[in-house]
Design a binder for this molecule. Structure first.
Ligand SMILES: [Zn+2]
Ligand SMILES: [Zn+2]
Length: 351
């Protein structure tokens, strides 16, 4: 049997068309993919402008796509928790299940760790079907539609930011960045009842989407110094918690400066370039707690739970591309970047 799949074979090179399907392992679930989200990482792998490609951790050919949801189409004989027709999501990494660490149940230390569609590539979800071990597959709540289900993976990073600081009804939170993670973080902070949520960015229409999803105030960097603007919104004090999601060169320092003394800053973004003129003294003098946030086990299920209990990020889906048009979408993805927050590729879902 064959399925349509999209594989990046080198910088700016895509193979799109039917590929042979391998047999299903006993412990695997075969998933018919409904929608797959396009991540900045997918585009970076396509253009080759990606630190993990430069470091050799991501190699070509690479079947990209790690943000998806679908329906179980077939189960291996050892699968017990899923049946054909179940709606599912999966982890974005696959542990081998066979090494010493996996056999001890210590999956975090698996020696043959593979990431879906990226490092040590487990074939990704720009394909009609995904193969996934049952242990990495999760049921999807009935009240989450497949489009928003494709957002569960990127929003799991925003969940990570929420796990790093307890937002309460007294909290004043700033979020830098208007991508899916930034807007998702603002929405989650508001869902947790934060007193005031301020979203900071440079694109007015994206800031408006941030407000639609829950931010109380938007600060546009084109209107002047964002640190001054955030301080003005907080009586000169600064916020309790700032989440930096933009990956900009100036934003880590701005995050520290817009946070009140003894406040907390979370860094969720990756920085493709070294940051010049970072004033460590400003950090010390403000007694800021700075934390890095990476994905961790449990975030996917927590993100699913947020959507099941009312998180709605429909407004961030700015574009839906048919699978047959996906190669062309990637070719033009740089030019269309400014019009996009999150693009989804429609694979198995009906129009
Ligand atoms: Zn991603
Ligand atoms: Zn292992």
């Amino acid at each position: 049997m064959k399925m349509k799949a999209l594989t990046v074979t080198g910088p700016w090179k895509i193979d799109y068309g039917p590929v042979e399907m391998r047999p299903l392992e006993d412990d695997e679930v075969l998933i018919k993919v409904m929608y797959t989200g396009v991540c900045a990482t997918d585009i970076a792998i396509f253009t080759g402008d990606c630190s993990f490609v430069r470091s050799g951790e991501i190699t070509y050919p690479c079947r990209i796509g790690h943000e998806f949801a679908g329906i179980v189409a077939k189960t291996g004989p050892k699968v017990t928790k899923f049946k054909v027709g179940d709606r599912v999501i999966t982890d974005n990494g696959v542990k081998c299940g066979k090494c010493d660490a996996c056999l001890r149940g210590d999956y975090a230390n698996c020696k043959n760790d593979r990431s879906v569609g990226t490092i040590n590539c487990w074939p990704g979800a720009f394909a009609e079907y995904m193969y996934m071990p049952e242990r990495h597959t999760y049921h999807l709540s009935d009240n989450i539609d497949f489009k928003q289900a494709a957002l569960i993976e990127p929003i799991s990073m925003a969940v990570g930011a929420m796990r790093s600081y307890e937002v309460t009804s007294d909290s004043v939170v700033a979020v830098i960045g208007t991508g899916p993670i930034g807007i998702g973080t603002a929405a989650l902070a508001k869902k947790r009842g934060a007193k005031k949520v301020i979203i900071v960015g440079r694109t007015p229409w994206k800031l408006d989407v941030g407000k639609q999803c829950g931010a109380d105030f938007a600060v546009c960097t084109k209107d002047g110094d964002p640190v001054e603007q955030v301080r003005a919104l907080t009586g000169g004090l600064g916020v309790d918690y700032t989440v930096e999601t933009s990956g900009g060169l100036d934003t880590p320092m701005q995050a520290i400066q817009m946070t009140k003394k003894k406040g907390t800053v979370a860094l969720v973004a990756f920085y493709e370039h070294p940051i010049p003129n970072f004033e460590i003294d400003a950090w010390t003098a403000r007694s800021t707690r700075v934390i890095g946030v990476m994905g961790e086990p449990g975030n996917m299920q927590m993100s699913e739970h947020e959507f099941a209990t009312g998180l709605n990020l429909e407004p961030i889906i700015t574009q839906i591309v048919d699978f047959d048009d996906a190669p062309d979408f990637f070719q033009h993805s740089q030019e269309t970047k400014k019009q996009r927050i999150k693009a989804l590729v429609r694979i198995g879902a009906d129009k």
